[in-house]
Ligand binder design. Sequence first.
Ligand code: HEC
Ligand code: HEC
Length: 206
Amino acid sequence: MSDRVPAAVAILSSIVIVGYACATAPTTTTPSPTTQPVAAQQTPGGPPGGPRVPLTDSARRVRDSLNAARRDSASAMILRSIAGRENQPAESVFKNIKILKGIPAGRVPAIMNMGFGRSLGVTCGFCHVPGKWDLDDKEEKNTARLMWAMVQTINRDYMAKVPNDRGAPPVVNCFTCHRGMAHPIGPDGPPPGPRPAGAPPPSSGE
Ligand code: HEC
Ligand code: HEC
């Protein structure tokens, strides 16, 4: 196993970098660090639309650190752009706020970075065309709004009634289910069923 790790890491790195350049176009010409034909390679996470193979732990660590660096720089940029207005409600600082109303604007970048991005193991580009943050042109962004409403309902109507001795009710959040994956997997792997053509590979997050 351990001798396969460097190859997995190299393949993953090239996929992450190529994936950044063409976030949605399935890549068939990923530069190959090996002499294997591209089509024969089983990349970690599987080819777009292909078999749903979970990432290895080491491959996920590499992907996560690259994604985290990109998220950190984007969220720092947003924070700089709202300097002096951090304590105003999000909806008065940003243009298209539906679920985060009343939350201080200065907390939005961290919610995006850690609450959403890290929990799903994705970059900002999973839900946004980077730079066009207010647009609702990616269905993942609207799905995230549904998920947010679901989490509020679970916490308010159910978790609040769970007996506990911690002094505060237990809560669920995005990480509770996603655990660093865009597509949560169960004990027998990903849920069955085909994904739409061009859909990102499960658990690759890009
Ligand atoms: C899982 C999906 C998801 C990810 C990942 C994500 N966002 Fe968001 N983002 C949203 C949603 C949903 C909203 C709308 C919130 C609302 O309706 O209140 C939003 C809103 C925003 C806004 C407010 C735009 C406006 O003017 O209305 C900014 C800025 C933003 N995101 C930046 C980022 C940055 C930077 C990252 C990466 C660090 C990121 N987002 C990652 C889902 C996501
Ligand atoms: C109760 C478990 C659970 C919680 C909590 C949860 N999710 Fe999900 N989420 C899922 C499942 C299951 C799917 C469907 C996965 C699939 O398509 O394979 C999903 C799908 C998604 C998708 C769509 C992925 C895609 O490729 O279309 C987004 C975006 C998402 N969740 C964001 C969030 C965010 C943001 C939160 C926190 C506000 C959250 N989820 C909380 C279980 C959950």
